[in-house]
Write a protein that binds this ligand. Structure first.
Ligand code: ADP
Length: 473
């Protein structure tokens, strides 16, 4: 099959979160299964762009409303990522360093989607499936069906939407409808949700199939989806959950070049000790105490706002018997708070405010526990990386965390689970972590080596997507 993934992120080209990891890995595993997997994304000005060789494959002219633009598409020459990678360049819109966060993001991603459709509509052949990821590419299922320019060539190509995160929907006011390519105006309802153009809702309505990145997340979206719950209930017949995998080649403690000491399950105790020593040295922490880390976006979904109080309470209530380390960026007030706390709790707590891929690897390898108190967690990759690196995940019972982490109190449990995103539940779980670390050595050792053998690789999920595409033929 020929599968075209269209997305805003793809690791290692550009990544802001789990979406990048998934789009960087799934196509590789699909290619290994014998399919042609292509990724189409914007040509941001990233390190990866400058460090690799490219060839020009297409140029075209299009418009968003009255604004004409020229676009070009380049392809990476050496199949470096294990799949065909195409970048779309649009001067003035996509030629920036960051992925998101600009005032004209609406125009940027609209133009990107228009260029992608325009390019595909000029091919001699049609792909077997167009796979869109999240709201940045959510207008494509509508465009290929109802925009006059594209529908003749593309209307019969199956489209799939994967919802990685339904909190963000890409809302566009109806006053900007003229930016879309001319479309069958009888179909305006397929764009609309609650009186605005809602790209995510539009994709849920127009795509042939909808997937979410875990089973539990699909169930949860029917209850709460930032306003789209009725739509997810209505479209349940074409929706299913496929759990994300992790890229075992990138995330392998035995070969990871970003950590201080490589190890496998036999050497987990020794290996983690070395990495922890390195980490504790860098951050002024005590390597003898259990180290509990948080990695992620500092936003409400991740319950990052609870961290300052939960860490303070945990340090007081458990008499400083654990150390804490936070790596993250997001809400500026929270960034400030988590930064300032270093002075108050020096020796017990430290943080790195910002984004650092190498540090994240060292933290997965060097910490003993990884805390994820998320309010919403569509799949969550961090807990799977933690398991792979022998780090006990401490997770709230939600979404993909519920589907991937079992509690140490249950049969063959490998993590610590709690029910509420609250300071009390986190503090209590920290107590369980300290007890496990200090008093239950045998169980702790068994958990660490056992969790490293759990297979969360893409092999099975990549095949599930293929089966889904085949059902559309
Ligand atoms: P989400 O996509 O909601 O942010 P996921 O758990 O699906 O959450 O994916 C998060 C990914 O981003 C993981 O690979 C994690 O290691 C990485 N990550 C998040 N924040 C940072 C950061 N500040 N520095 C480095 N990596 C980060």
């Amino acid at each position: 099959m020929e599968i075209i993934h269209i997305a805003a992120e793809c690791y290692p080209v550009a990544k802001a979160g789990g979406l990048g990891d998934v789009v960087g890995a799934l196509p590789k595993y699909q290619a290994e299964l014998g399919h042609v997997a292509k990724v189409v994304m914007p040509m941001y000005r990233t390190k990866f762009l400058y460090a690799n060789d490219w060839e020009l494959v297409h140029e075209g002219d299009q418009r968003i409303g009255p604004y004409a633009f020229h676009y070009s598409i380049i392809k990476e020459k050496t199949n470096k990522l294990g799949f065909d990678l195409y970048l779309i360049d649009i001067n003035g819109l996509l030629d920036r360093e960051k992925i998101y966060g600009y005032e004209d993001d609406t125009e940027r991603f609209l133009a990107f989607q228009v260029a992608a459709c325009d390019w595909m509509s000029k091919w001699q052949h049609s792909p077997d499936v167009i796979h869109c990821h999240d709201h940045h590419t959510g207008l494509i299922p509508f465009m290929v069906k109802y925009c006059f320019e594209f529908r003749q060539k593309l209307a019969d190509v199956p489209t799939v939407l994967t919802v990685h995160n339904a909190q963000y929907q890409g809302w566009i006011g109806w006053d900007k409808y003229y930016l879309l390519p001319p479309f069958d105006s009888w179909k305006w309802g397929m764009l609309d949700w609650a009186d605005s153009i809602n790209p995510l809702a539009s994709a849920v309505k127009c795509a042939w199939k909808v997937t979410t990145v875990s089973h539990s997340y699909l169930d949860e979206l029917k209850e709460e989806a930032n306003g789209l719950q009725d739509l997810f209930q209505y479209e349940v017949g074409k929706s299913s959950g496929i759990l994300n995998g992790i890229d075992n080649q990138v995330w392998d403690p035995l070969t990871d070049t970003m950590i201080a000491k490589n190890y496998d399950k036999e050497l987990v105790a020794k290996g983690k000790k070395k990495n922890k020593k390195e980490l504790a040295g860098q951050f002024g922490l005590d390597p003898e105490k259990p180290l509990i880390a948080f990695i992620g976006r500092l936003v409400g979904e991740k319950a990052a706002d609870l961290l300052p109080e939960a860490i303070a309470q945990s340090i007081y209530q458990h008499h400083g018997n654990a150390n804490f380390l936070v790596l993250g960026s997001g809400d500026p007030n929270l960034e400030d708070k988590l930064d300032q706390m270093k002075h108050q709790f020096g020796g017990y707590y430290n943080s790195y405010i910002g984004y650092s891929e190498p540090l994240s690897h060292l933290i997965y390898a060097g910490s003993d526990f990884l805390l994820m108190p998320s309010r919403v967690e569509p799949c969550g990759l961090n807990q799977m990386y933690a398991l792979r690196y022998g780090t006990v995940p401490m997770v709230r019972n939600v979404g993909g965390l519920r589907d991937t982490v079992t509690d140490m109190g249950d049969w063959q449990g490998v993590g610590i689970r709690f029910d509420q995103a609250s300071v009390e539940d986190i503090t209590y779980s920290v107590g369980r972590a300290i007890d496990l670390y200090n008093n239950k050595q045998e169980l702790y050792n068994w958990m660490r080596s056992h969790m490293m053998t759990i297979d969360h690789s893409w092999d099975s999920s990549a095949q599930q997507y293929i089966d889904l595409y085949k059902s559309l033929k």
